[in-house]
Design a protein around this ligand. Structure first.
Ligand SMILES: Cc1cc2nc3c(=O)[nH]c(=O)nc-3n(C[C@H](O)[C@H](O)[C@H](O)COP(=O)(O)O)c2cc1C
Length: 156
């Protein structure tokens, strides 16, 4: 399976999740490209004006994984911009993950996933699985294992 991963990370948590997922997928024989999102204008709150240069094309992939942090109780605008801009994303099977620091609903993990899901709907994608990883919790390793397990089921 060809897997394209697009990840935004400011402080390293989301990229650490992505690297763990990538390592597991590669050990299972899949080809994974990890694209770290590097916006030209990182603090722009408007997904429509965030510039993401040289975004890799997803059209040849069998599965797309998109992840990044919760900021201000919502999906970071960079992630929303990426979902709008990734070439070849339409109608793809997609897995989402968000990282945050609190398991409590008001802190935005579920809201972020639902915002990312809405962006995917606009690209006619099929959401296969989504997960929040509570980065500062002792349970984060087991949450990453759960994500890897869910992905293994999708790989078939
Ligand atoms: C500016 C800023 C805003 C944040 N807002 C939230 C928030 O609303 N809810 C939450 O649970 N965590 C929040 N966090 C914590 C991050 O979501 C968390 O540390 C995440 O794992 C960071 O991912 P990264 O290391 O990939 O950048 C915030 C962090 C920063 C720096």
């Amino acid at each position: 399976m060809i897997i394209e991963m697009y990840v935004y990370s400011r402080t390293g948590g989301s990229i650490a999740v992505a690297e763990a997922v990538m390592q597991a997928a590669e050990l299972s024989g899949h080809a994974v490209e990890l694209v770290r999102l590097k916006p030209g204008n990182e603090n722009d709150p408007d997904p429509d004006t965030i510039h993401l240069p040289d975004l890799a094309d997803a059209s040849l992939s069998d599965l797309v994984i998109i992840g990044g942090p919760v900021h201000s109780f919502a999906a970071d605008p960079v992630i929303r911009a990426a979902i709008r801009q990734i070439p070849g994303l339409d109608r793809k099977r997609v897995v989402l993950f968000a990282t945050d620091t609190s398991p409590l609903d008001p802190f935005g993990g579920k809201r972020a996933l639902s915002q990312m899901g809405e962006e995917l709907q606009a690209r006619s994608c099929r959401l296969m699985h989504s997960a929040v990883i509570y980065w500062n919790k002792k349970t984060r390793d087991s949450q990453i294992e759960e994500l890897k397990h869910a992905l293994k089921k999708i790989y078939g």
